[in-house]
Design a protein around this ligand. Sequence first.
Ligand SMILES: [Zn+2]
Ligand SMILES: [Zn+2]
Length: 275
Amino acid sequence: MLTDYHVHLRPDAPDTTAERFFTAANARLYRETARERGIAELGVSEHIYRFHQALEVWDHDLWRGAAVDDLDAYCAFVREATDLRLGIEADFVPGREDRMAELLAARDWDYVVGAVHFLGDHSLDHPDYDIWSTGQTPDEVWTQYFQWLGEAARTGLFDILAHPDLVKHWGEDRPRPQGDLRRFYALAMDGIAESGVAVELSTAGLRKPIGELYPATGFLEMVLEAGNPISLSSDAHTAQDLGHGYAQALALLEGLGVRELAVFEGRRRRLEPIG
Ligand SMILES: [Zn+2]
Ligand SMILES: [Zn+2]
């Protein structure tokens, strides 16, 4: 069984209102497109920062500008007007774990996708708040990123750890550390192993400057050695991108001996054969 769980019903551009994209017709288009591509398990995980309740957790400038929708209206829409699994993409915001826990616990998710998009106020993948404008060295940025990723896992707030080496997002467009990158991956592995969190194989990186799967094969090997399950997603922001690059992702999983994927319902996890 194939999954696509880390999915957005709308692009991140400014004029993408809930009224336009959170519709039964759009959900049907996603479902039909997924079915054509052999994806049986389909869910949505909108960015938490686009809902006004997220400002109770963190009031970053990007969030203040984007937090216009109502989280409960989104949940009600997915439950009542679609047959999709209900998820959310929530950020790891150090020091705000209690507030995020409270926000998450109040809704009946099928799963919560956890992501590290920011290190402090600076973003790993948004050009307006670029971490690479701070003057930190690649080793400093990569060290902090993977430390935070491990801490994110350890919070227990998340069912799935999203795009686990997002720090490479810009590829050749930004500085990169030299040598074997596993010395950075290792910084996240204790937290990942102890939490038991499912780790995402995301094809989104194929559509980004880096042009690679998230995470790198070396990272995935360490996750499998730790015994964590794998979650497969495209991070699509349009129906067209559902299952994008899955042939490449599935070939990698097969090569690594992965035969099962994590499947979620009501925040309970089981493993299903890829088939
Ligand atoms: Zn993300
Ligand atoms: Zn996403």
